[in-house]
Design a protein around this ligand. Structure first.
Ligand SMILES: [Zn+2]
Length: 560
């Protein structure tokens, strides 16, 4: 997307009405100034999918899906950015600039992966040995199609020839499909079952590959990191399983792609797998958009236990009260794929009675500790404190702390207040809690861009993240008075603060009432910033520091 002509994108968006676009796919009813309907991205009975005509974006309060008209077409029709843009451009009678198309690296990489996947799929079709192997593992034609499985032949130049013929060999190299070394090019994947890895919109971003008829090389091989493919962000099976994750209101996290397929085959379709890495906070933040209930499934052996603790410690700082984490451990030596095949009832039982996170943390911390002794209580409390200190300031943390305190005879586990405050300040960038007045202010400025010139908010907004956003809004509106929330979302695609601003309901129906509200906010914020100065000066004064005449004047006048 980076190489796109922004002006062209703006032209397409301003020639398109998002309400018309979505109306074609979703039954919308008018709801005040907005439109409402059943969300096409998760299953629901009461509508939580909102489309704003004035802001030109959609937002689902159920699953968090949101974006502009291009994003909607991308997600709904499973298209790449450029495909969605082309579709809307055509509908609006606009011609896509040819150079835009050629210059888009992402588009080229998507297309290369698509081409390779189709090739691998045909190769599997024509190879009875590989098909028999999959059959013996319980992977039937239905699974092959659902997961788009394929085969890389036992050759060095299949893809190299294919891409050379199309004159796009460089794209194949950049996509990690073909390796170039010492001026020679050759296929990365040979003689392996191929598992295309799709992003949440269904575009192939990389491949997993597994040996099947020999012991040559690593058992599993993944695409290298590319512009599209980042292992610590992506989850295998998300695209295939996202509807069932929404339906089941939970997700099961496993460790391998064959596990996802095995569970899927056994009718457990709400699974995803990491791609040979630990479960990261990026995975956590991605998956929590789809469900509030996350169940980790690990092997019961030592490696599984240590992977579990690692995954949990990665998630702890990101916890939210509304998210529930659970764990299940399979009997030692079992992987989900084989266990679900042999002992489906036991597996179901585990899934239906998973271990809650709090219980797991306490059990893990208590390993090898005799909590009945004073020594045991102390070392337990010390370990517990370390864990609690990693957790955010939420109710869940308080309750867990309370519980651990009871176990240890009320040893106080509260965070050291000084470090606590420091952390709070430094983490303000990611904190979701912004001053409601500042959020309202920014929300109104986007809704009524003509007010931006009237109010200079530079010294009014105090939160650093919001100041940055304000500066961008001001600059963009000076260049383009049709700037909308959708534009802002595009400039800050994954920014919590921006999301809070645009989804904020200010309920101001006209420019005039918005102006009055902004004036009121100005008054209040000015007052509170003056108050801050007042108390700072007062502090300095009582500390025995001298104040300038101006400062003394300020104190004198403030209380009047
Ligand atoms: Zn939704």
């Amino acid at each position: 997307m980076a190489n796109f002509d922004r002006a062209f994108i703006d032209q397409v968006l301003s020639s398109t009405d998002i309400v018309d676009v979505i109306k074609e796919k979703v039954n919308l009813t008018k709801n005040g100034t907005n439109f409402k309907g059943l969300c096409p991205f998760h299953s629901e009975k009461t509508p939580s999918f909102n489309v704003s005509s004035s802001k030109q974006f959609y937002h689902c309060f159920g699953c968090g899906a949101h974006g502009d008209a291009i994003k909607f077409i991308q997600e709904h029709d499973n298209l790449t950015f450029i495909e969605a843009l082309t579709k809307l451009a055509q509908a609006a009678g606009l011609e896509l600039p040819e150079k835009t198309k050629k210059n888009d690296t992402y588009y080229n990489l998507f297309i290369s992966n698509k081409l390779a996947a189709e090739f691998y799929s045909r190769s599997l079709e024509n190879n009875s040995e590989a098909k028999t192997y999959l059959e013996n593992r319980g992977i039937d034609q239905g699974m092959i199609e659902t997961f788009h499985l394929g085969l890389s032949n036992n050759k060095w130049d299949d893809l190299t020839n294919l891409f050379s013929k199309e004159k796009i060999i460089n794209n194949a190299i950049e996509a990690g499909l073909v390796i170039k070394s010492n001026n020679k090019t050759y296929d990365r994947f040979r003689n392996r079952i191929m598992f295309p890895i799709r992003n949440s919109t269904g575009n192939i971003i990389g491949f997993g590959a597994r040996i099947y008829n020999s012991d040559d090389g690593a058992k599993y091989l993944n695409s290298p990191e590319t512009k599209l493919f980042h292992k610590s962000y992506e989850l295998y099976g998300l695209y295939e399983c996202k509807k069932d994750i929404a339906k089941e209101k939970s997700v099961i996290i496993v460790e391998g792609y064959t596990d996802v397929i095995g569970l899927y085959k056994s009718d457990i379709k709400n699974c995803v797998a990491t791609l040979g890495t630990a479960f990261t906070k990026f995975h956590f933040n991605k998956i929590k958009r789809y469900t509030n209930k996350i169940i980790f499934c690990f092997d019961g052996d030592a490696a599984g236990k240590s992977a579990a603790w690692k995954a949990i410690t990665n998630c702890l700082p990101e916890l939210k009260d509304e998210i529930q984490l659970y764990l299940i451990f399979l009997p030692e030596g079992c992987d989900p794929d084989s266990y679900v095949k042999d002992e489906k009832d036991n597996f179901d039982n585990l899934i239906n009675n998973p271990m809650p996170l709090s219980e797991y943390i306490i059990e893990h911390l208590g390993t090898d500790i005799d909590i009945k002794t004073v020594e045991g209580k102390t070392s337990f409390a010390l370990e517990a404190k370390k864990v609690l200190n990693q957790m955010p300031d939420i109710m869940y943390t308080d309750i867990l702390r309370e519980k651990i305190q009871q176990m240890t005879g009320n040893i106080i586990l509260k965070k050291n207040q000084a470090t606590h405050d420091k952390e709070k300040n430094t983490s303000s960038d990611t904190s979701q809690e912004f001053d409601i007045k500042e959020l309202t202010l920014l929300n109104l400025l986007i809704e009524y861009p003509m007010l931006v010139k009237e109010f200079n908010c530079e010294h009014i907004i105090t939160e650093k993240t919001l100041i940055n956003i304000y500066n961008v809004i001001r600059e963009e509106i000076s260049k383009n008075e049709n700037f909308t929330a959708a534009h802002l979302l595009k400039l800050f695609p994954n920014n919590e603060a921006v999301r809070s601003i645009v989804t904020f309901e200010s309920n101001e129906k006209s420019e005039d009432s918005a102006r009055v509200t902004i004036q009121e906010i100005f008054h209040q914020l000015e007052l509170s910033s003056k108050e801050k100065v007042y108390f700072e000066l007062l502090n300095r004064y009582t500390d025995g520091q001298s104040l300038s005449e101006k400062e003394r004047e300020f104190i004198k006048n403030f209380k009047k």
